[in-house]
Design a protein around this ligand. Sequence first.
Ligand SMILES: C[S@@+](CC[C@H](N)C(=O)[O-])C[C@H]1O[C@@H](n2cnc3c(N)ncnc32)[C@H](O)[C@@H]1O
Length: 284
Amino acid sequence: MALFKWKNHDIEDVEVDLLLHAMLLRYGYDFSGYARASLKRRLLDLTRYFDVKHLSDLLSVMLYDEAVAQTVINSISVPTSEFFRDPSVWKEVRKTILPALDSFPWINIWQVGCGRGEEVYTLAILLHESGLLNKTRIYATDINPAFLQEAKNGVWSSRHLRSWRENYRNSGGEWDFDRYFGPHGDDIAIREDLKKSIEFIQHNLVEDDVFKEMQFVVCRNVLIYFGMALQERVLHLLSRSLERGGYLLLGHSERIIDLHENHPDLDQLDNSSQAYHKVITRHV
Ligand SMILES: C[S@@+](CC[C@H](N)C(=O)[O-])C[C@H]1O[C@@H](n2cnc3c(N)ncnc32)[C@H](O)[C@@H]1O
């Protein structure tokens, strides 16, 4: 038995262009620089979700129904994350970056693309364990206000705990991970004291400006959704946000291409961490 009423046709470029243009004109979000292939895959999923034959069938609905528009935005902006995602990266942050940050009298961190908050609270836990949280301000930003609200709430299903505990241990965590959460009905909620140093702000990498004088910029698994030109533009925005001696942390599979030509002010950290495929660059 067919699961959906319509057999979806392939999405045509003209439909994608029309939808993105409508999104920009009506709601102010510019997704035109996002990587086309993955964008198309997610839009195809959307046609299945709404059970429409063509992507263009969604267009008129999206124009007049904000809830539908929000679903489109959510599907394009993918908040997938975990606490201590890629534990080896956080092990390196514990070992190399946090001790270096301690030399600053005050630490400003920009955590870009915070999604539902797993990564920003990972940072808060690391800073707490290193005794640095009290002299740190973390600006957690995302394009999507719905995700930001969830991040502020800091509530997740308890079914994640097992794998997050394991991530934490693999990142070098030596405490009881569960002590960072309290019960929230059947769910778990992050401890209130870990929220104190965090400010959640809506910020769109495509059109908004730098965060000045950051000692640490964490932008992981966001650039992968962008086309090359947008990636390069955003990398300049991120590096301009860094203070001299600050650090930039990208995602597991994200690399700066032609680093020395395009970003002479950045250095890739020269240590064993390369083996873990992480990219940490140093502003000099
Ligand atoms: C896959 S999540 C990354 C979450 C976390 N950084 C991690 O690595 O686990 C990507 C996030 O980037 C956000 N994002 C996508 N486009 C953006 C843009 N133009 N400006 C700011 N954030 C954006 C999405 O809303 C989403 O929350």
